[in-house]
Design a protein around this ligand. Sequence first.
Ligand code: ATP
Length: 337
Amino acid sequence: MVIEGDGIGREVIPAAIKVVEELGLGLEFEPLDVNAERFLRTGEALPEGAFRQLEKADAILLGAIGDPRICDPRYTAQTLGRIRRELDLYANVRPARLLDPRLSPLRDAGPRPADMIVIRENTEGLYSSLGGRFKAGTPDEMALQEHVSTYRGVRRILDYAFSVARSCVVMADKWNAMPHAGALWHRCWREARAAHPDVPARHMAIDACALHMITDPWQFDVIVTENCFGDILSDIAGGLAGGVGFAPSANINGTTGQAMFEPVHGSAPDIAGTGTANPVAAILSCALMLAHLGFAAEAAAVEAAAAGAVRAGECTADAGGSLSTGEAAAAVARWLR
Ligand code: ATP
């Protein structure tokens, strides 16, 4: 199922699908009319019937949800929030692989491109929404924003990280300043390490990890961490790989296999409709989707084609080229041929 959504989602997703169609795999891309226009018209962004279709889909491909005309938090909650929550897409997987050395802010500093995957727990942690405000609006106002970690939630995200590691898993946390959650994460970490004895694993404090990602990113393979820490680390990783135009992501339930794939960037209303959006993040999200659906070789070919096009300068302006969204995707399709 495909939700183009809003803004540049409506531009980069059709462009990325054309690249996948070049492979001739016979995949069906069924569109779902979920976007700001619908929400403004009907007050309901994702009708029940549409959600049932999503539940049954082999994969969900999403562009972006967001529109400057909508401040109502129910729009995101009914769409992105509901899909992630009800399908329990607990693993947010954000690979950051540098396609072209010239795009790295560290291009003069290191021997080889960074190539890491940040795995962010996607359902609990500091983003659990538990908490409240007391004496709001007064000088005595107090706000509580709770961090929630569950044994089940932590075990499964650690196991997922070990299952995708190529050479090493780093678990990043702040156990000394967050001793209660830290104790649970470390209990789960000991169990996960024992369950995966063949995979080298290290623990790092989250602040040290953030520093090392900038000063020595080459040491990392998989980094796994809680929701809020992962949100921040994955943006650092994305920056190392060339910025939002190059950052794909997957939201996966490792148990049911249900999954949603989306570029990390949002609807970018400032450039929507100009035809300048970089389609590579959406194309790389499609590559993640292909790998998830069992087309590993095809996924690698799409990624290699994107790298070829970008290195040849056949890309959009944010990446130093002069092509439009459609032209940049067509260039990737040519490299794929
Ligand atoms: P939203 O509210 O939907 O998250 P946003 O504008 O706050 O939208 P992004 O969409 O991530 O957040 O955009 C952040 C900045 O990055 C914007 O200046 C945008 O133009 C730029 N940007 C985002 N995606 C792309 C892309 N694919 N190609 C080029 N520039 C992009």
